[in-house]
Design a binder for this molecule. Structure first.
Ligand code: FAD
Length: 372
């Protein structure tokens, strides 16, 4: 029997596997595709904070950014490029947001060099900017490195039964605790209050004679150069979904859009496309990530003593799946959030440390139940 079974080997599942294996637990991880075969393999995997005015997501990503930069640097230094991060406003509205962010932040901001400014296109050059230290990880390699300490099973999990204090997976494997890390793909356990939005993304690796030393974000994200190549990526196509689309995703169109957007920011010369990566990222409906135990809606609704209309519900009153947690909904920040949330999950499962209520799945149940 395994201590922990993780379903889904994206950055969330792999971070969880790494945390628990590091704590001496016996971990098994499943994926119907390969490790990093979902959204994680497509990611540019930039490590950056969220540049917004205020709010829970900004605060959470601030802490997750600080944590994950240290985490990757300490544990996977060979897979992290610590590079200056240049975030450029797209329009007037984002320009205002950046101004407010700059006036409040405790991060050390720098001024871009004249050389960097000259490498930008005219419009990008004059727009509001933030320049600070950030990072980029090798998306696929970091997932593989994290999953190394667990047993990997290339199999779809479609049968999950709790029996005699353990979870039986596909009638073959058993584990004391299960972590669902299935991203934007169909969940193994269906609960009506968990609604995730899959947004399609496309990244291209390109060969170019332009040498770029920075992570640049404006209409798309552009990575620093490595061996004469760099990555351009975005999760931009809210209309395309691989599980519902009737025609295949148009790679040529996606490439053209990525290049056109990158060229609006940076002067790139002699560009040749080397490789495409596509995938879905999963976001929650309030944009905050999800980590923690899962409410059993049927059982909880049947509890006559709970008033679901109260303003500040007590999550402890709800019924939960035994020994089961989930981690998901990281939006465009999976590589920033995963190490931070995986640590939270580990501390909850092993030491009973309470998980931040802002990320608990119960918040969705509370909202959903209130409206019934
Ligand atoms: C183009 C693009 C660019 C991005 N850029 C960045 C970026 O710069 N920085 C950043 O932090 N984030 C970025 N993201 C977002 C990031 O990729 C996601 O937040 C992250 O991948 C989510 O990880 P995950 O583990 O939740 O999901 P996934 O990586 O999708 O993993 C879920 C896995 O679960 C498996 N699975 C599902 N159901 C089952 C089942 N029943 N049985 C077995 N396996 C199952 C799937 O096969 C999949 O591999 C980007 C995303 C895209 C698409």
């Amino acid at each position: 029997m395994y201590d922990i079974a993780v379903i889904g080997a994206g950055i969330n599942g792999c971070s969880v596997a790494y945390e628990f294996a590091g704590a001496g637990k016996k971990v098994i991880i499943f994926d119907e595709n390969s490790i990093a075969g979902g959204g994680s393999g497509a990611a540019g995997a930039f490590i950056s904070p969220k540049f917004s005015k205020a709010g829970d997501l900004k605060d959470l990503l601030h802490d997750a950014f600080v944590y994950s930069m240290e985490f990757y640097e300490k544990n996977f230094p060979q897979l992290l490029i610590k590079a200056p991060l240049l975030h450029i406003a797209q329009d007037e509205e984002s320009s205002e947001i950046l101004k407010v962010y700059k006036s409040n932040t405790d991060f050390k901001l720098q001024s871009p060099s004249t050389e960097l400014l000259n490498s930008l296109n005219t419009e990008a050059k004059i727009k509001e900017k933030i320049y600070m230290t950030g990072g980029v990880v090798d998306a696929s390699a970091v997932c593989h490195a994290m999953a190394k300490s667990a047993r990997f099973i290339h199999e779809k999990v479609d049968d999950l039964v709790y029996d005699e204090c353990m979870w039986i997976i596909n009638e073959t494997y058993s584990a004391k605790h299960v972590v669902l890390a299935t991203g934007a793909y169909k969940s193994v356990i269906k609960e009506p209050y968990i609604k995730l939005r899959g947004v399609w993304g496309h990244r291209i690796d390109v060969k170019t004679t332009t040498q770029n030393l920075n992570s640049i974000h404006q209409f798309v994200s552009i990575s620093p150069s490595k061996d004469g190549a760099l990555a351009i990526g975005a999760t931009h196509n809210v209309h395309y979904h691989p599980q519902t689309a009737t025609t295949p995703y148009d790679l040529e169109e996606g490439r053209a859009e990525l290049l056109e957007k990158a060229l609006r920011t940076l002067k790139l010369e002699n560009v040749e496309i080397l490789k495409d990566y596509t995938g879905l990222r999963s976001g929650s409906f309030d944009y905050l990530p999800i980590a923690g135990k899962l409410v059993i809606s049927k059982e909880t609704l049947a509890q006559k003593d709970i008033n679901f209309k109260v303003k500040n519900p007590n999550y402890d009153d709800y019924s939960y799946y035994p020994n089961l947690t989930m981690i998901n909904g990281s939006g465009g920040y999976g590589f920033v959030l995963a190490p931070y949330l995986a640590k939270m999950l580990k501390e909850y499962v092993l030491n009973d440390k309470k998980i931040d209520e802002r990320v608990q799945p119960a918040r969705f149940f509370a909202r959903w139940a209130k409206k019934l």
